[in-house]
Design a protein around this ligand. Structure first.
Ligand code: ZN
Length: 165
């Protein structure tokens, strides 16, 4: 057991999970969703997309490549700062939302993974909001402590002086 631990400690540490590149998975999921959507709504076949969906997908992929969050980006349909532009974002969300059920039927594993990821994003947001309220409380507590110290300090100083004497 001791030797194994030593060997393990010598091995390079694994990259932390937040360094995982989310972009290929995200693009794959979006592409499949577009295919499902276009097939159902624009009568296209297989993995072909109609010109409108092709244009939208091209815009979306181009923007993802320049995503300010980099490779650790959150999934696009949960993003708080969508970068596709107003109309493409609206169309994109429409495609993603309206095809959720169909995606579950045609690509169940991918859809469940994506769902888990979106839950993860929601959880991270919750935690962040919690932290920010904690920080607020901390700041408030500090201010209260300062006020308390300011009012107490003359007394404590006089006590110290008395002790010294
Ligand atoms: Zn289409």
């Amino acid at each position: 057991m001791g030797l194994l631990d030593k060997i393990k400690s010598l091995l390079p540490k694994r990259k932390p999970p937040e360094q995982v590149n989310n972009v290929p998975k995200e693009k794959e999921n979006i592409r499949k969703t577009f295919e499902v959507y276009c097939r159902a709504n624009h009568n296209t076949e297989g993995d072909k997309l109609c010109p409108k969906c092709t244009a939208l997908l091209t815009t979306v992929f181009m923007k993802i490549s320049r995503c300010p969050y980099g490779i650790t980006k959150p999934i696009c349909d949960r993003c708080e700062t969508p970068c596709f532009g107003e109309v493409p974002t609206r169309d994109f969300l429409e495609v993603m939302r309206s095809s959720q059920r169909k995606m579950l039927l045609s690509h169940p594993i991918m859809t469940v993974k994506h769902k888990l990821q979106s839950l993860g994003v929601d959880y991270a947001k919750q935690e962040r909001d919690k932290k920010s309220t904690d920080k607020q409380k901390e700041a408030e507590a500090k201010v209260k402590a300062k006020i308390a110290n300011a009012t107490k300090s003359p007394k404590s100083k006089s006590k110290k002086k008395k002790k010294k004497k």
